[in-house]
Design a protein around this ligand. Structure first.
Ligand code: SAH
Length: 389
């Protein structure tokens, strides 16, 4: 069966090199509509010009995600193995230990596919119909390149519904989902099937290390701590007191387990962050270092205004409990709020406290979360660190 083609009458985005082609940019005729969701297609201009190989979903707003710049590229286990070898070399050079995000979707040339590696265990997140069809090829590539003992498939991202996909979690190979993550010299516990997303947030690795520089002898409030990524490293770096604050009891239980395993002490507090910050303010309790790394407040474009306000309020409340001369970090993992807007909201929140703030770090995720240069949305993480007077 020969490969079907998707025709671009205008094709501005594809011409500009973006890996996304929207449904209103292609010729969506009967022939296109008849192509099964997730099929590999060639993308061509009306004049026959080749724009590349991608996968197609007539049901999705992003109709084509490009995998390669040439037409007729074979997408098979070898294709994925080649991309994986390259991605792995970059991570191995940067980290020197097999704990990292191995594939970061468009940033690594594999739209819709995220793979996190925890030694000989990997989690595979599939977000699109096109990638779902490649699962066997991806598993073969993993066996050839990474040779993992355990492979867990997390097919449960909410965005899958936009692609007409159902939600499930499945062990493809091996057994055991409780593993150790080595990062910045700490051995954390992670639960890869019960935990959130792939069970561990590698994206904050460099920001955790940055914060740890200031931690010795200090009190630390790790708000939205999840399993203690920031708090435990701060404790290990010599913080005198670390409070991990989260609404999830299972996440806090893992943070406590990790703390014991690392021979450090943390205090786990289960509460809503906004309520707890207000309570701390009333009680006039402060911390030398305050970290606020919330879940996305701007889940979709229509949430921008309320979400932006929530970041502003968070910055204000978090600054209120930061001790004089302290350090405050506010982060956002919403790709739907641009960095300038997020920074402006944090600045407005800090302004309200009347404290002078110096911005000492503006960072995103680490090397293992590469950004597609023509897809700014793939740089979703924003972390701002301030030194407060
Ligand atoms: N800082 C973490 C990641 C945070 S993820 C790390 O470095 O790994 C966001 C966390 O916010 C989740 O653990 C979630 O349980 C928690 N959360 C969500 N809403 C909350 C709320 N209203 N109050 C407290 N925690 C909340």
């Amino acid at each position: 069966m020969s490969r079907k083609s998707i025709i671009l009458p205008k094709g501005r985005r594809a011409r500009a090199g973006s890996p996304w082609i929207f449904s209103n940019e292609i010729r969506m005729d009967e022939a296109a509509k008849a192509i099964a969701p997730g099929s590999i297609v060639n993308v061509r201009g009306e004049d026959g010009r080749a724009f590349g190989t991608g996968y197609f979903n007539p049901k999705s707003l992003i109709a084509v995600r490009l995998l390669a710049d040439d037409c007729d590229v074979v997408v098979d286990a070898e294709f994925f193995a080649a991309r994986m070898t390259r991605a792995m070399a970059l991570r191995d050079a940067a980290y020197g230990a097999p704990f990292y995000r191995l594939f970061h979707a468009e940033g690594d040339g594999v739209p819709g596919l995220v793979i996190d590696r925890f030694g000989d265990t990997v989690t595979v997140q599939i977000g699109t119909a096109g990638m779902e069809k490649q699962l066997t090829a991806i598993a073969m590539a993993l066996d050839a390149v990474v040779k993992p003992r355990t492979v867990i498939l997390r097919a449960d991202a909410p965005s899958r519904s936009l692609e007409g996909l159902d939600s499930y979690v499945k062990t493809l190979k091996g057994a055991g989902t409780r593993i150790a993550v080595e990062e910045n010299g700490v051995r954390y516990v992670a639960d890869l099937s019960e935990g959130q997303k792939t069970g561990w947030y590698y994206d904050q690795r460099d920001n955790r290390a940055f914060i740890a520089h200031f931690a010795k002898g200090k009190s630390v409030l790790d708000a939205y701590s999840y399993t203690g990524g920031f708090g435990l490293l701060a404790a290990k770096a010599g913080a005198k007191e670390v409070v991990c604050l989260d609404s999830s009891a299972p996440a806090l239980a893992i943070a406590e387990e990790s703390a014991r395993a690392n021979g450090v002490k943390i205090q786990a507090v289960k509460a809503d962050v906004f309520e707890e910050l207000a309570r701390l303010k009333t009680a006039e309790e402060t911390f030398d270092i305050v970290l606020a790394d919330p879940p996305p407040f701007v889940k979709s474009k229509k949430d921008l205004e309320p979400g932006a306000k929530a970041y502003r309020k968070l910055a204000r409340l978090a600054a209120d409990v930061t001790a004089p001369g302290g350090i405050l970090m506010v982060a956002s993992c919403s790709h739907n709020i641009p960095p300038e807007r997020f920074a402006a909201e944090c600045a407005a929140g800090l302004e309200r406290t009347g404290r002078r703030a110096a911005l000492i770090r503006q960072a995103g995720a680490g090397v293992d979360h590469p950004v597609h240069p023509l897809l700014p949305e793939s740089a979703y993480l924003k972390a701002l660190v301030y030194a407060l007077d």
